[in-house]
Write a protein that binds this ligand. Structure first.
Ligand SMILES: [Zn+2]
Length: 541
């Protein structure tokens, strides 16, 4: 392209959706990212240097403090931590080893369930498998419903009476034993692995968009919830003097997802591990032969009282003539503990920091203030962003002054893939504006935005903005290995990141926030009479 033509194109070319993008500026953003990207360094620090960033842990706090310092070094203004009340001690696993000792020595692969206690030194005891009480067989899932956690009979949760009947007389069996909780899942070989990238025009992300996980089945009030069963079974194991609990990870390829003791009270659980399906099944088969399977574990966990206060990280690039209006972007900085949380969600945090850094590094001055916010407590139920939205914005029904000044909030939380689409809370015109910017990145397979009017929370942090009636924008990404391998597993590491996709994503996000921050009007919102009623909260992960 010759200079004269370039100059012509640079004069604000009009895209199909009548959004003016400044070609020259977007080219500068792209060049800066392609030639001077700092994304992989940011990712390296968040993952390798600070490690798993469980909410309330010193790892998280160190990572958050580093982000503040990094923002200041890049020239962001107002970089600071915003405390919120997590209410639970921080927790970290410091060491964990486990072996099969008899009838043959064998390694065991597992992760420790968070917010569970340490073993008292090394425990060595016989394994027993007991059934966690359940209800009658569940009706088969609806056609096309996602199956997860292995095949095999599925059961309804028990009523309290069924639960009590199920554990009656089991106390003596588990006393002084290492307890396998439930039958091993049967996880067949998968002959149809999911594609790493979506086809052209398919903008769904790793979970089909993360606007929420679809409607949960209506709970039967007579039956216990899964969380109630877990808590009651833990209570039974503590009361009966069981030494350790083993859960089946129920995934193929040795994958493990270890979540938390949902009471966050270490006294209410025995030491607990989540073991790869292969080892769990091996122990189960040996027990079925009548063998005495002796296992040995040594687990050391630490707790941190200071974790009761957690922090969101916030920093800004100040605006000019519309500085009191805010374009926000972010994702969650916290992670699960089985790996370094690279794809969930150090890379999302990295992409957002990098997008803002590009604008700052190029000396570009937005009309509106651009604010980056990285959340904690996402994995425990979108808690950090909920606290922020509550404190700063309120809701459509009870707005605080800042509610009217938020232009929109961009969120990313679906792994390493480039951006393919977006979901925005608001009227169709809101999506049209975003699609106008996105159209420029068609050659990177960027699709379009869609509008949603759902105020249900779930999936990820942008839904807390939707719930408040604000324009939350969930960016959708190519799945790569997110749903299949890395999401919440022990494989969620730096190595699973695709640097080229990260650079494209940072460029695309910078282009979107830059364009939106300079429009004459804010992203359109649903008028008062079209605002749907708030949804009943149901949390998320
Ligand atoms: Zn996440």
């Amino acid at each position: 392209m010759n200079k004269k033509l370039l100059a012509l194109v640079s004069l604000a070319c009009v895209l199909p959706a009548q959004v003016k993008v400044n070609e020259a500026e977007l080219e500068r953003i792209k060049s800066e990212e392609m030639e001077h990207s700092q994304a992989m360094h940011t990712l390296h620090m968040l993952t390798d240097r600070f490690g798993p960033r469980l909410t309330g842990s010193p790892n998280f706090e160190a990572a958050a403090n580093w982000v503040v310092k990094q923002m200041k070094d890049w020239g962001f203004q107002n970089a600071h931590l915003e405390p919120w009340d997590f209410g639970h001690v921080g927790w970290l696993n410091m060491r964990a080893s486990g072996y099969m000792m008899t009838p043959i020595h064998g390694d065991l692969t597992f992760r420790v369930l968070s917010w569970t206690p340490s073993t008292q030194g090394t425990v060595n005891a016989s394994a027993v498998e007991v059934e966690v009480p359940h209800g009658p067989p569940a009706p088969p899932p609806a056609e096309g419903a996602p199956a997860r956690g292995g095949a095999g009979p599925q059961f309804l949760q028990p009523t309290r009476a069924e639960f009590d009947a199920g554990i009656a007389g089991l106390g003596a069996k588990v006393k002084g034993k290492i307890v396998l909780a439930g039958k091993a899942a049967v996880v067949p070989v998968n002959f149809t692995p999911a594609p790493l990238r979506r086809g052209e025009g398919d903008a769904r992300g790793g979970f089909g968009g993360r606007g929420g996980r679809g409607a949960a089945p209506t709970p039967d009030p007579n039956r216990m919830t899964a969380a109630q069963v877990a808590e009651a079974f833990d209570q039974f194991l503590v009361a009966s003097g069981a030494l350790l609990r083993i859960n089946d990870a129920a995934m193929d390829h040795g994958l493990i997802r270890a979540f938390q003791n949902r009471t966050y009270d270490l006294a209410k659980a025995v030491p607990t591990v989540v073991m790869r399906n292969d080892d769990y099944g091996r122990i189960e088969r040996l027990l079925a032969d009548g063998e005495d399977v002796k296992l040995e574990f040594n687990i050391v966990n630490e707790t941190y009282p200071n974790g009761k206060t957690s922090y969101d990280v916030v920093g800004e690039i100040p605006g000019s003539d519309k500085a009191d209006e805010i374009v926000m972007l972010g994702g969650h900085l916290d992670s699960w503990h089985s790996a370094t949380g690279a794809t969930d969600n150090a890379i999302g945090s990295t992409m957002m920091l990098e997008a803002a850094r590009l604008i700052k590094a190029l000396g570009m001055k937005p009309r509106r203030t651009i604010r980056v916010a990285l959340w904690s407590g996402e994995e425990e139920g979108l808690l950090g962003s909920a606290a922020y939205v509550k404190q700063h914005f309120g809701t459509a029904e009870e707005p605080k002054p800042e509610w009217a000044k938020l232009d929109c909030y961009f969120n990313i939380d679906s792994g390493t893939g480039r951006v393919r689409g977006a979901s925005v809370f608001g009227p169709p015109e809101a999506a049209t504006i975003l699609s106008g910017v996105m159209a420029r990145y068609k050659d990177w397979s960027m699709g379009t935005a869609t509008a949603t009017t759902s105020r249900a929370t779930g999936g990820t942090d942008s839904t807390n903005f939707n719930a408040a009636g604000l324009p939350g924008i969930g960016l959708q990404q190519d799945p790569i290995e997110y749903g299949s391998f890395t999401w919440h597993t022990q494989l969620d590491t730096y190595e699973r990141i695709v640097p080229e996709d990260v650079k494209q994503a940072a460029t695309e996000i910078a282009a979107m926030i830059w364009t939106v921050a300079n429009l004459d009007e804010m992203i359109p919102r649903l008028p008062k009479d079209q605002m749907p009623a708030p949804a009943v909260p149901r949390g998320g992960r």
